[in-house]
Design a protein around this ligand. Structure first.
Ligand code: NAD
Ligand code: LMR
Length: 354
């Protein structure tokens, strides 16, 4: 890493890959408006695209200029990762190769390693010392593993993958089931891979006056409705829209980076119901969110796998929530999703990609 930590007074360099794509388009205007870093932090946007989409990204840059965002210091468009990540404090790795017909998972992993390997190297060479990376492009967890493997000078925990969308989906499903406002749902956890094997765990949750145990007492609903509804929501959106989720994915990536960098207090201060929520020194109270990060070996997840955990950001670092009891129902599902991550890691290892 070549740069000093960025100062609050300097614009934060925010690099968005796949900037001309659907999620990029949905994220950039909100980032520039202050939704991610607050109403006082100026932002220097770097848009990274493949050469064929640079013209489209330039069109997005024109629209960003036309929006006259007061916080927006500059917008640059690049097709060279080294230039796009130079000095970056925030990196949203959204651009990825989609799976095409007849493609095996190993082919998909190999195709994406051609993106996330070089991007990891470019981050290593040029990103700011305080860089925070969230991988959105699928397969997000293993793409994050590939990127961090190519960035030996950046602490691995600076690389995360997005499961906040799954977390938000679970909150919404639970609020609907319990017929309570969203703000009254807490302590939901997403475990494992951002794929259909993920496990949304409600055993520690609260929804209004109901405890997770009470909600989970209806095991048929839990196993046959709730878990698949959350885990397969991405496919349901693709089925309905014809393309994958974009607005909600962008929103979740912004939630993820905002909470990580600014902490929960900031999010609460911006929330219509935040002031009514119980406060605590960390701002989280007894709540948490979900983040895929390199496992320190917690909860039986092999060390180094980028797997989703319940976590809180405290002083700019994600801390996994410790000491949650895991019952048999949860254990089997966490293990199944972790087994998929192990298989993905072994596939990229066999290809010499990590
Ligand atoms: P999209 O096809 O609309 O846009 C992807 C963009 O990435 C394209 O503009 C493409 O040119 C660009 N791109 C490809 N390779 C690149 C590279 N090497 N460098 C820079 N840009 C590159 O797709 P989208 O809807 O924006 O989705 C992007 C990714 O996010 C997909 O992999 C999708 O499956 C994934 N996704 C993840 C989540 C999540 O929660 N983790 C949710 C939704 C979608
Ligand atoms: C989502 O969760 O909406 C996406 O990851 C689905 C996909 O395959 O793009």
């Amino acid at each position: 890493m070549s740069r000093e930590p960025s100062e609050d007074t300097a614009p934060a360099v925010v690099t968005v890959t796949g900037a001309a794509g659907n999620i990029g388009y949905a994220a950039l205007f909100r980032i520039a408006s202050g939704a991610m870093l607050g109403p006082r932090r100026r932002i220097a946007l770097r848009l990274l695209e493949i050469p064929a989409a640079v013209r489209a990204a330039e069109g997005v840059a024109m629209e960003l200029a036309d929006s006259a965002f007061e916080l927006l210091d500059s917008v640059e468009v690049h097709d060279d990762p080294a230039k796009a990540f130079d000095g970056a404090s925030f990196a949203l790795l959204i651009g990825a190769k989609p799976r095409t017909q007849g493609m095996e998972r190993a082919d998909l992993l190999q195709a994406n390693s051609g993106i996330f390997g070089p991007q990891g190297r470019a981050l290593n060479e040029g990103a700011a010392e305080d860089v925070r990376v969230v991988v959105v492009g699928n397969p997000a967890n293993t793409n994050a593993l590939i990127a961090l493997s190519h960035a030996p000078d950046i602490p691995p925990e600076r690389f995360t993958a997005l499961t906040r969308l799954d977390h938000n989906r679970a909150l919404a499903q639970l609020a609907a089931k319990a017929a309570v406002p969203l703000a009254e749902v807490s302590r939901v956890s997403i475990w494992g891979n951002h794929s259909s094997t993920q496990y949304p765990d409600i055993f520690h949750a609260r929804a209004g006056w109901l405890t997770g145990e009470q909600l989970a007492a209806d095991r048929a609903w839990l196993a046959e409705e709730f878990v698949p509804a959350v885990a397969k929501r991405g496919a349901a959106i693709i089925d309905a829209r014809g393309v994958s989720s974009a607005g909600s994915a962008a929103s979740a990536a912004i939630d993820h980076l905002r909470d990580w960098a600014l902490g929960r207090d900031f999010a609460l201060s911006q929330s219509p119901t935040g002031s009514a929520l119980s406060q605590s020194p960390t701002g989280w109270g007894d709540d948490w969110t979900s983040v895929a990060l390199p496992s320190p070996g917690a909860y039986g997840v092999p060390e180094g796998l980028v797997s989703s955990f319940p976590a809180r950001s405290v002083a700019g670092e994600w801390l996994i929530v410790e000491g949650l009891s895991i019952n048999e129902f949860s254990r089997a599902r966490i293990d199944a999703s972790v087994a998929e991550l192990v298989a993905e890691r072994d596939a990229v290892r066999a290809l010499g990609l990590v």
